[in-house]
Design a protein around this ligand. Structure first.
Ligand SMILES: Cc1ncc(COP(=O)(O)O)c(C=O)c1O
Length: 487
């Protein structure tokens, strides 16, 4: 295929060149109707390219097939058979993939318990029964690793009738599962593997990055182009191969969830990113990996900071690691990741990928260079130097066993059934009716349908006092929790 072409971008250039005008949405009319103060901040160009997808960029019957051609080029670029663009993030794509595989199927779906909240949302929408795959817990570091092939095998042995399996890899920390071995286990049973590869859009384009799900034999994978690629926020693609997932079912599930007004800016940026990756991705990502290595070495020299690398890998840990995710353990400084992140934002105007009770993550991309890394290293060094006697609020960290809550109801039934709001202390022993998710990384500590225990209430409440963010709780301070009403 001719990867020098970018059909959606070319169509947008034509739209401008031909001076098209639509008596259609968007009502701002390419910026004509936009308040000058808005244009001053956002810029006229953003509005100028915000045009209707059909009966705008393409004609009313999509006769030029710009989107279909861009999707075919994307599939070809990443060695998938089919690709679909979505403008609602992997949050939508993963739900569509789950519904296409397990919707209307009685056997449920194998799902890791440390999945992103969008997967739990997919369970709530679809009514699919999750069969949780236990993550690998490092109790000392208080960290979970993606499931091992053996854990997936165990889950299949317990639930042989499940419709398929879903895994999340890379995790938001860059740690990866052995996708090929897990795909083999699924395929031995004739069942599909879905990979939530939201953090892996760049993986197809460099051999020193972890294995790309399509190369490892997954059936469907979803990526967020806005995370590790260079698309606008919300740009996502699903990739599909093999004959275990019906492409029509998948695209129809996506259609059920999708907006009818997709943002052409998001589409066109994904199209242009694919062309950039095919033409220059290897070189750009090779350079990004060198920059990451440089960052790792510099950060490692700051007293008390350990840049995690080999410690994350092993039989009882992760299979591989994306080294563009620079994860720092701050335990040696005595401070929490929340404190470091807040200081960096306030004093250095730097935002970090993720912070928790002892870690800080810098997510690097092909947009970084030695200059941005110097800013990062200087900022973290300055934070370290001004740190005198850090007194992070104590967090009551639960044991892996305490985090393993009993599932008492389907997530959908618990969420949509009658609920009560009770003081957090009284929620112990009750069935949760809402997700409670520290964000980022967005892995729910409590899923609707699970029996809440004392340890997780103490963890979340002490976590909030220490700087944790639990934005999906109805009461974000967790003075109260929504639980399933007693009959
Ligand atoms: C593992 C994982 N899956 C899915 C998502 C959702 O992706 P998006 O933000 O593109 O909707 C995220 C977001 O952080 C994620 O970390």
């Amino acid at each position: 295929m001719d990867h020098s072409r970018a059909p959606l971008l070319e169509a947008l250039a034509d739209y401008h060149r031909l001076g098209r005008y639509g008596f259609t949405p968007p009502g701002h009319r390419q910026g004509r109707g936009t308040d000058a103060r808005v244009l001053e901040v956002i810029g006229r160009d953003a509005f100028g390219s915000d045009v209707l997808a059909n009966a705008g960029l393409d004609d009313r019957l999509s006769r030029h097939g710009y989107l279909a051609r861009a999707e075919a080029l994307m599939a070809d670029a990443v060695r998938a058979e089919t690709a679909f663009f979505s403008t609602c993030g992997s949050s939508l794509s993963v739900k569509a993939a789950m519904m296409a595989v397990a919707g209307g199927h009685d056997g449920g779906l194998l799902v890791p318990r440390d999945s992103h909240k969008s997967i739990v949302a997919g369970l709530i929408f679809s009514g699919v029964q999750p069969h949780w795959i236990t993550p690998r817990w490092d109790a000392e570091q208080h960290f979970s690793h993606p499931p091992s092939p053996q854990q997936v095998r165990n889950a299949w042995e317990e639930h042989p009738d499940a419709a398929g399996a879903l895994i999340v890899t890379p995790s938001p920390y860059g740690t990866c599962a052995d996708i090929a071995a897990i795909a083999d286990l699924c395929h031995e049973r004739g069942k599909p593997l879905i990979v939530d590869e939201a953090w892996g859009a760049h993986l197809p384009f460099h051999e020193d990055l972890p294995t790309w799900a399509m190369d490892a034999g997954a059936d469907v994978c979803v990526v967020s182009v806005h995370k590790m690629g260079a698309g606008f926020e919300q740009g996502s693609v699903f990739h599909l191969q093999g004959d275990l997932v019906d492409p029509i079912r998948l695209s129809e599930c996506a259609d059920l969830l999708m907006t009818t007004s997709p943002n052409v800016l998001i589409y066109a940026a994904m199209d242009g990113w694919r062309r950039q990756m095919v033409e220059h991705g290897h070189e750009l990502l090779g350079e990004a990996l060198r920059v990451a290595e440089h960052a790792r070495r510099q950060l490692e020299e700051i007293p008390g900071i350990a840049v995690l690398d080999d410690e994350l890998l092993g039989v009882e840990a992760s299979h591989d690691l994306d080294r563009l995710q620079v994860l720092m353990d701050l335990a040696g400084t005595g401070a929490s990741g929340y404190q470091a992140a807040d200081w960096l934002r306030q004093h250095r105007r730097l935002d970090m990928g993720l912070a928790d009770h002892r870690r800080l993550l810098a997510t690097l991309s092909l947009g970084d260079d030695k200059g941005t890394i110097d800013t990062l290293v200087d900022g973290i060094r300055a934070w370290r130097e001004q740190l005198t006697e850090p007194t992070p609020a104590r967090i009551a960290l639960p044991s892996p066993a305490d985090l393993q809550l009993e599932s008492a109801m389907l997530p959908r039934d618990a969420f949509f059934g009658p609920v009560e709001t009770v003081p957090a202390d009284n929620a112990v022993g009750r069935i949760a009716a809402e997700q409670l998710t520290p964000y980022p990384p967005g892995v729910p500590v409590v899923v609707p349908g699970e029996v809440i225990d004392r340890a997780v209430v103490d963890y979340l409440r002490t976590g909030l006092d220490a700087g944790m963010n639990v934005p999906d709780a109805a009461d974000a301070r967790l003075r109260t929790i929504r639980v399933v009403a007693r009959a």
